[in-house]
Design a protein around this ligand. Sequence first.
Ligand code: X8Z
Ligand code: ZN
Length: 606
Amino acid sequence: MQKILYLLPFFLILFSCGGNKPTEDINKAFQDSVQTYLNGYNSKLKELSIIANEAEWASNTKIVEGDSTNAIATNKANEETAKFTGSKENIDAATAFLKEKDKLNDIQVKQLKAILYKAANNPQTLEALVKERIKATTAQTEKLFGFDFKLNGKSVTTNDLDGILAEEKNLVKRLQAWESSKEVGKGLKTGLVNLRDLRNKTVQGLGYKDFFEYQVSDYGMTTDEMLEMLKKFNKELFPLYRELHTWTRYELAKKYGQKKVPDLIPAHWLPNRWGQDWSPLVEVEGVNLDSVLGTKDAEWIVKQGERFYVSLGFPELPASFYDKSDLYPLPEDAKYKKNNHASAWHMDYDQDVRSLMSVLPNSEWYETSHHELGHIYYYMTYSNPDVPVLLREGANRAYHEALGSLMGMAAMQKPFLENLDLIPKDTASNEMQTLLKEALNYVVFIPWSTGTMSMFEHDVYSKNLPADKFNKRWWEIVAKYQGIAPPATRGEEYCDAATKTHINDDAAQYYDYALSFILLFQLHDHIAKNILHQDPHATNYYGNRDVGKFIEAIMYPGASKDWRVALKEQTGSDLSAKAMLDYFEPLMGYLKKENEGRKYTLTEVE
Ligand code: X8Z
Ligand code: ZN
């Protein structure tokens, strides 16, 4: 019913404009009729999304084995939304309006394009396929997060396994924890292969080559352009990564009492399940955040994040955030499981914002809480009368990831911590150790995100990687980009890629994080030098309203502004790794010296 109403004004205009009215009047009338259509679309999208988000929320926060209630509701709600966003009426209307885009304003054109982008993932012409994909997605998420990880026969959480990988010195115990963390992949392989086919086929309906190309197109880029950009960033950071890799191989061999320094780092030696963050390897004397945070409770971690945003001029979080979020680990005797990966939710395209986390009082969750609150404040800020529902998104997806990570990084710098009395004032500390610790987080992440994750998913979606080569290919790529090897050969009964959340439920988008780290340093450099007039290595954002205004101005327009234009206005340059390279430049000389006489084993990827 409603669909017909949207279209009516459009046809009236088309068939009634032939008279001798002045062009502005005709354009105005056309714009008005498009606006009526868009208003209807936006309000229906909002209405359907609220139902779908509530259902998804239940599916992710309460996973009960053998109980399909949540899955059924989620599938139904997602099908309803898909039916609307992929409807022939909406595709035809948006396509027809866009044919006359010169008569429309920029925000209208952006919304019409967003409608077609959404439609491409759910075309009505492939309704059965879309339905199947929705069902398979829900089942995959339940399998991933309903999994019962076991260590020596006892159920453990991923927080437990991460704790072991961060701290344990005994290699046998480390290996057990690492292997336990990979067990979940086995049961996810069939689902992933099926989802690859379904994801590809649904977007092919509206002319995309594959799902990877579809996801990349959200940046206004082709797959080749994205791959080129990722390769460029990886290449630029390679010399530093190679030094870090060499330093770490020798450091870890020493730590674990191994005489032979391996060419590739055994995966279970590293303090992270995927080798994406090695920063726990370095403890900076005087700035041991983990020992400080260990004296706090998990609530303090989240509240501290909020205090930081509020200090910059952002509002307090709505009470509903604390009432409705699911922020802490489940009690041990819980009869259900929940999604153990951190996320932020925009429930109603307005102020109903929630986060799903399992916060512990440690530095990793401290950083993650700041990251999630970045999404939350982004949601709250662009939900304003100037931004229509369809454009309540980040300037691009990387922007959405970058702002919270930026705050997370800022919240770890020494002057910030001193200012909040988290460490004593004028703490003597080793600047090079601090920089090394930061590099083991931010630089180490680049080959993982630009390389391992992105190249694997490109192979899966664009090159149709055969199912019996998933694990082999995964570890080839891991060796090539990250210089890491599995503890022993991992056959095709495993699917180690699928142990990573995003491979299952955030497919073909991981380069968002790579770009977000590049962007983060670019924004930080600007804030430090031009707003705070402080050394980027030692800033204190806390309480600075000008920093707040700068971040708020980035958030406010959502996706209603072109990201390339916005970035140029904000920082004076295009997306570039220069700020990141400058930041870590002092480390190069230090590491070269540390690595003198050592064997380098990484070669640059072409
Ligand atoms: O997945 C995330 C966020 C999701 S909102 C917690 N991140 C990536 C990851 O954990 O792999 C943040 C940085 C990298
Ligand atoms: Zn995020």
